[in-house]
Design a protein around this ligand. Structure first.
Ligand code: PLP
Length: 365
């Protein structure tokens, strides 16, 4: 039987639950207009420069991508003031998480992550059969003291999601400095900065500084969120060149596709689109927060493009109710938050529609 063939490490892997796709909701519910505030995507879509690059790239897809990602690598190294060999590209930063597992983890090892954070860290450990130790958040933030204490001889990687998905909170430079001082050299620290562009706090660390002092830090960033290229799948790691070299050993030769490389290159030049995105996020964050306070709903102060809200009722049910009105949000029940939702900060009209439908549901009960 096929069951006996599977590696036993894979038996308990749960599938990733993505945000519900717009077209699926339209089809299932027969709705014409559906808005998605569920996956922290850029509400403006990709920028015009990226779209031009994508169109221009279409006629060249018979050619393999540049496996070494030369142009984007050069540009990004320049932008970040790092060396080209400090960079590694992935089919989304998700793929780099898997590569981290393949390069560094075995069934003997252990990773440490927050209890309520991005689930793909667990996946990268699970597929290699490594143990996962989860440390509860403290006031919705990573408890770096407890995470440092949890490090054992078996610990290979500690994952820090900063800002944290799904709470939107950050850990400060001071906290990370103190944390790193306690971490042995032979433990890797992953700083996942998928939402770094949205951060406005001046306590947020310039994590590139850490790379100058340490070779056990890996920073992950992505073009999926602020740059609006989720559908193309391109993200990157910044780390010591030797560490990057090890990750490169498990990399598929053409993992970053041709169009993604070209669109990312163009997106880096489109400061206008990025600025527009960040401005909207700030303004609409204020709008949503104001509405939540009027409704007397508590939210977690966010440094990202989404907000965790305590809705005081069953989140799965609220998800279904909003869905039936064409608004897709995320219930946080799978994170053990039965009465919380995560809502992505959208365009003004999307947020207004969400608030309008939300209020209708609240007043009907
Ligand atoms: C969205 C997200 C990612 C994945 O980004 P991709 O580059 O699209 O794979 C990584 N980490 C966190 C915390 C995210 O929310």
């Amino acid at each position: 039987m096929i069951d006996s063939l599977i590696r036993k490490e894979l038996e308990n892997i749960k599938p990733y639950i993505p945000g519900k796709p717009i077209d699926e909701v339209k089809r299932e519910l027969g709705l014409d207009e559906v808005i998605k505030l569920a996956s922290n995507e850029n509400p403006f879509g990709p920028g015009v420069k990226a779209v031009e690059a994508i169109k221009a790239g279409a006629s060249k897809v018979s050619i393999y991508p540049d496996g070494n990602v030369h142009q984007l690598r050069r540009k990004l190294a320049d932008t970040l003031a790092v060396k080209e060999d400090n960079l590694l590209f992935g089919n989304g930063s998700d793929e780099i998480l898997v590569m981290l597992g393949q390069a560094f983890l075995t069934g003997e090892d252990e990773i440490i992550m927050a209890e309520t954070t991005f689930s793909e860290y667990e996946f990268s450990a699970n597929i290699m059969g490594a143990e996962v130790r989860k440390v509860p958040l403290k006031s919705y933030r990573h408890d770096l003291e407890a995470m440092a204490e949890a490090v054992s001889d078996k610990t290979k990687i500690v994952f820090i999601c900063n800002p944290n998905n799904p709470t939107g909170t950050i850990v400060t430079k001071k906290e990370i400095d103190e944390f790193l001082a306690k971490i042995p050299d032979d433990v890797l620290v992953v700083l996942d900065e998928a939402y770094q562009e949205f951060v406005t706090s001046d306590e947020y660390p310039d994590s590139l500084e850490y790379l100058k002092q340490r070779d056990n830090i890996i920073i992950l960033r992505t073009f999926s969120k602020a740059y609006g290229l989720s559908g193309l799948r391109i993200g990157y790691a910044i780390a010591d060149s030797k560490l990057i070299g090890y990750l490169d050993r498990v990399r598929q030769p053409f993992n970053a596709n041709k169009i993604a490389q070209e669109a990312a290159l163009a997106a880096l030049d489109d400061t206008e689109h990025l600025e527009k995105t960040l401005k909207n996020n700030q303004e609409q964050k204020e709008y949503l927060i104001k509405e939540f306070s009027k409704l007397e709903l508590e939210h977690v102060p966010t440094q990202a493009n989404f907000i965790l809200v305590e809705v005081g009722r069953d989140a799965d049910q609220l998800f279904e109710q909003l869905l039936s009105q064409g608004v897709i949000i995320r219930s946080m029940s799978s994170y053990d938050y039965q009465t919380k939702i995560r809502v992505t900060i959208g365009l003004e009209e999307e947020n207004q529609k969400f608030i309008k439908e939300f209020k209708k549901i609240l007043s009907n009960q």
